[in-house]
Design a protein around this ligand. Structure first.
Ligand SMILES: Cc1cc2nc3c(=O)[nH]c(=O)nc-3n(C[C@H](O)[C@H](O)[C@H](O)COP(=O)(O)O)c2cc1C
Length: 219
C-alpha cells in the first residue's frame, strides 16, 4: 500500500476517483437500495464546498416505484428525440466512436423508470444564466457535493449516472414531485447496485494537453 504524506491510501483513493463512471447498463434494477445508505452518502456529500458556505441545496430522494415510473417516462420523452438526432448527425458525419455511449444512453432511457432509487440535487433559487459570476456561483454551490455523492455511492457498490435530459420537461417533473418554481433541479441521478466491479479509468487527454501555465495557451 502506498500511503501519501497526508496519510491517504493512494491506490484506493485514486481508484475511486478514476473509476467512478456513468453506470447505465450495469445497474441492477432488481436489488433494492435502502434509504439509509443513500442518506449516509448524502451526509458525506454535504461536506462539499458551497459559495459562502451557503449550502443552498435540497436533495430529493425518490424510491416510490410509481413516481420513478413517471420520471422515467419524462426522461425518455426528452432523451429519445435527442438521441435520434444525435445518431443521425453521427451517421451523416461518419462518426462511429460514439456508438457505445449512444447505446448505453439509450439503454438507460429505456429502463430509467425501473431504477430502485433516484436523487435529484436541487438548488434553492433560480438564475437566468446571463451573468457568469452568478451562474458559476449558483451551480458551483451544488456540483462538488453531487459528485461527492456519486463517489460515496460508488465506494459502497452503488452506481449512478449524471443525467440532465429530464430538464427538457423540468416543469412536468416539478409537478410530479411538488417542487416549487423557485427551485432549480440540477440533475437526475439514477441509483442502483452495479453488477461486476471492473470499472476502468476512461481514455482522457493528458493534463499537459489541456493545461496552460501562467497564461492562456502557454505550455
Ligand atoms: C452536465 C452533464 C450532463 C449529462 N447528461 C447526461 C444525460 O442526460 N444522460 C446520460 O445518459 N448521461 C449524461 N451525462 C453523462 C455523460 O455522458 C458521461 O459523463 C460521459 O459520457 C463520460 O462518461 P463517464 O462518466 O463514464 O466517464 C451527463 C454528464 C454531465 C457532466
Amino acid at each position: 500500500m502506498t500511503t501519501s504524506a497526508a496519510g491517504f491510501d493512494l491506490a484506493q483513493t485514486d481508484k475511486l476517483l478514476t473509476t467512478t463512471r456513468s453506470v447505465r447498463k450495469r445497474l441492477d434494477f432488481s436489488r433494492p437500495v435502502s434509504r439509509d445508505v443513500v442518506l449516509e452518502c448524502i451526509d458525506i456529500a454535504l461536506q462539499a464546498p458551497s459559495g459562502g458556505n451557503s449550502q443552498p441545496w435540497r436533495w430529493l430522494l425518490v424510491d416510490d416505484p410509481g413516481v420513478i415510473k413517471q420520471l422515467g417516462a419524462i426522461y425518455q420523452k426528452a432523451h429519445d428525440p435527442y438521441m435520434a438526432a444525435n445518431r443521425k448527425a453521427a451517421e451523416e458525419a461518419g462518426v462511429t466512436d460514439r456508438n457505445a455511449i449512444m447505446d448505453s444512453s439509450t439503454y438507460l432511457s429505456d429502463h430509467m423508470g425501473e431504477v430502485p432509487m433516484m436523487v435529484i440535487p436541487c438548488l434553492l433559487g433560480r438564475v437566468d444564466g446571463s451573468s457568469g459570476t452568478e451562474s458559476a456561483g449558483f451551480f458551483g454551490s451544488i456540483l462538488p457535493a453531487a459528485w461527492s455523492l456519486m463517489l460515496a455511492l460508488r465506494s459502497r457498490g452503488l452506481g449512478s449516472a449524471w443525467t440532465t435530459l429530464h430538464l427538457v420537461y423540468e416543469k412536468e417533473a416539478a409537478e410530479v414531485l411538488g417542487i416549487p418554481d423557485t427551485v432549480t433541479q440540477c440533475a437526475l441521478l439514477p441509483i442502483a447496485y452495479y453488477t461486476g466491479d471492473d470499472f476502468k479509468p476512461a481514455k482522457r487527454q493528458p493534463a499537459t494537453k489541456v493545461t496552460y501555465i501562467n497564461g492562456w495557451k502557454q505550455r
